[in-house]
Design a protein around this ligand. Structure first.
Ligand code: RIB
Ligand code: CA
Length: 311
């Protein structure tokens, strides 16, 4: 089977950890490296968590530390009420033995894309800061990538940080706008579909306890489900699988239905971080984003169970 070369960009984070496990355990994906960014936690914590999760898989996929703040703004800080003080639901995962590579994330992105022109799909599931920095650094990259499948935005549904803004876009709207207007082939896996990709608490009982990641997944996801119930207005014991869905779509685009739209990012005022989707029949701009509007939840959850080792 031909494997898709990807680079995952993360702010690890509970759902990022699930996305890393999904990607590393997917037969259809060849993960060239993982880049890290501030977001759910600071970039050093994101890097440490990423290395620790990769180590749990018994792999030595390289990890590259990236941006510690947005391109133009100050970082507003971590979100321990969603991901815990340690970013992994206070599971106190042992410190990783390996360290991050010395190369900086944006520089690695550039090198890897240029080494495999037309072949590398970027899968950012964090702020788009690293990708924007790479594109600013080397403006030819957007036409050399296979695509950018990003978790972020809210096209036709409410936001999760403000009424209209999703966290990954809200956290660095200027970076998101740079990536969206770059000309790269873009797929937006936003809240429209990720909020429908629900993992219910009873599913955790299906985890094979012999797997090295089983305890982390069970405990971190339990914390995350509590957080969604207590702070995000979710009723019942479930959590959305935001970041794993983006990885799943990078491996198998048929899991979501997309529609092409012109999309811009609002960078100011009450709408900062909004993905402004022009759904008019006679929009005055060409579409720049394939927006995911529907998801085959059953097929995705089946894949998720398979990848994570749930019976
Ligand atoms: O809005 C959800 C996104 O924000 C996810 O990527 C989550 O990990 C956080 O980064
Ligand atoms: Ca994330």
């Amino acid at each position: 089977m031909e494997r898709t070369r990807i680079i995952l960009d993360v702010d690890t984070g509970v759902d990022d950890a699930l996305a890393i496990l999904y990607a590393l355990r997917s037969p259809g994906l060849d993960v060239l490296g993982i880049t890290t960014c501030f977001g759910n936690v600071d970039v050093d914590r994101a890097t440490r968590n990423t290395l620790a999760v990769v180590e749990l898989c018994g792999l030595d996929v390289p990890v590259y530390r990236g941006a510690e703040r947005p391109i133009l703004r100050e970082w507003t800080g971590p979100v321990p009420w969603i991901h815990g003080e340690d970013g992994l639901g206070n599971t106190a995962l042992p410190a990783p033995r390996r360290r991050a590579e010395s190369q900086e994330a944006a520089s690695f992105l550039r090198e890897a894309i240029r080494r495999h022109p037309g072949e590398v799909a970027l899968v950012p599931v964090a702020r788009l800061t690293n990708v924007a920095r790479a594109f600013l650094f080397d403006p030819e990259l957007p036409r050399l990538v296979r695509g950018v499948v990003f978790m972020g935005g809210a096209a036709f549904c409410p936001g999760n940080v403000t009424a209209v803004a999703e966290a990954n876009v809200w956290g660095d709207p200027e970076a998101a706008e740079i990536v969206l207007q770059s000309g790269a082939p873009l797929t937006m896996v936003g809240l429209d579909v990720t909020m429908r990709a629900r993992l219910e608490a009873h599913e955790l009982d299906r985890l094979n306890p012999a797997l090295p990641h089983a305890a982390l997944v069970r405990d971190a996801v339990s914390f995350y489900m509590n957080a969604y119930e207590e702070t995000q207005g979710v009723r019942g014991r479930w959590c959305p699988l935001h970041d794993p869905l983006a990885v799943a779509v990078a491996e198998d685009p048929t899991l979501c239905t997309t529609r092409p739209y012109p999309v811009r990012i609002s960078c100011d005022g009450a709408t900062a971080g909004m993905t402004v989707v022009d759904a008019r029949p006679h929009a005055d701009k060409e579409p720049n984003v394939a927006v995911c509007v529907d998801v085959d939840v059953d097929r995705f959850l089946g894949r998720f169970r398979e990848r994570l080792g749930m019976s």
